[in-house]
Design a binder for this molecule. Structure first.
Ligand code: SF4
Length: 332
């Protein structure tokens, strides 16, 4: 797909504030309505482990913290119990999120057929399990996983290496593998990393478009305790909202979540995300015994529950999708 904007235009849009910013959001809402009407995608997430072999500078679940963290790895029966709660809530997107460890392959491989049976195949299985060998991804796909989130976080190769300790090229090679296997793939960026320029944020958007991903997310950086970045300020809410809006205008068919980090950096942050053009919300179904151990940006995170989502949707006049979003797009 051609990119409708030049980098300099995106930079200007990222900087908009006041009335011009409100016009940007209004245009994004228009684009969302053109494709999606008043529907949004609702996901139910289970965070299946806080163990991780990667050492991202911003994350409290980083490898260096493993010894001091209260670690957990949910079992297949425990996870299925949470999946049953997702089904009972009428949500048809089962989303597994976890730190990057090889053990999740075996667990998720056991889960996928059970979930398909439970939902009588009327389910989207969305995974966010990090980098895996090709045969693992292929197995997930063959068993019936549909979608995969693997965020590039920043398109600046030097910054990427500095904060994630792996190269951007390596990360993108996993993303390309998933795309070639036929997954619907999501990427995303963190706004407000130290040393990140507004020009590189514009490149984040263009990279997603060039790769041909299906989902794009933006999260304001939240400094987490017990990390090398714990002393840094929050990322800009305004720039993050503009990123959401530009994503929507650039590619109206993208799934774009209004993430919990927005609520963490500002009261009503997720409401603002929806008003900037987002079309995905995620309800947390991680059981209480694990919930406070999944240190996505520290213990003090915002946990999204169903009633919060219902309230927000009522405020902005949106509803959840009755069918699967990819079937809906294919039939348009
Ligand atoms: S951000 Fe993800 S990959 Fe990086 S340390 Fe945290 S859990 Fe691991």
């Amino acid at each position: 797909m051609n990119n409708p904007f030049r980098p300099a235009e995106i930079v200007e849009m990222l900087k908009l504030r006041g009335e011009a910013q409100q016009q940007l959001f209004a245009e994004a809402r228009c684009k969302r309505a053109e494709v999606w009407g008043d529907r949004i995608v609702l996901r139910g997430v289970v965070e299946i482990t806080n163990l991780c072999k990667v050492n991202c500078e911003y994350c409290p679940m980083r490898r260096d913290n493993t010894k001091s963290n209260d670690t957990y790895l949910m079992t297949v029966p425990q996870i299925m119990e949470a999946v049953e709660a997702i089904k009972e809530a009428g949500i048809k997107v089962v989303f597994f999120q976890a730190g990057e460890i090889p053990q999740t392959t075996k667990i998720v491989t056991a889960l996928i057929p059970q979930i398909r049976e439970l939902f009588d195949n009327d389910v989207e299985i969305l995974l966010n399990l990090g980098n895996k060998p090709h045969q693992d991804y292929a197995l997930f796909k063959a068993l019936g996983a549909n979608t995969y989130i693997i965020k590039h976080e920043t398109s600046d190769p030097d910054l990427h290496l500095k904060i994630r300790h792996e190269t951007l090229d390596e990360r993108l090679s996993y993303m390309r593998d998933l795309l070639e296997l036929g997954f619907k793939v999501g990427t995303g960026t963190i706004i407000g990393l130290p040393g990140q320029t507004i020009e590189s944020i514009a490149q984040d958007l263009l990279l997603g478009q060039t790769l041909g991903v299906h989902m794009m997310s933006a999260s304001a950086f939240v400094p987490a305790p017990n990390t090398p970045m714990d002393h840094l300020p929050n990322g800009s809410l305004e720039t993050t909202l503009n990123y959401i809006a530009i994503s929507r205008i650039m590619n109206p068919e993208w799934l774009i979540p209004s993430v919990s980090a927005l609520e963490k950096v500002s009261k009503d942050g997720q409401l603002m995300g929806l008003e900037a053009g987002a079309n995905v919300m995620t309800v947390n179904f991680t059981p209480d015994y694990s919930l406070q151990k999944y240190l996505i940006y520290g213990k003090d995170r915002y946990i999204v529950k169903r009633n919060h989502v219902e309230t927000l949707l009522g405020q902005v006049g949106l509803r959840t999708f009755p069918e699967h979003w990819y079937d809906y797009l294919a039939a348009r």
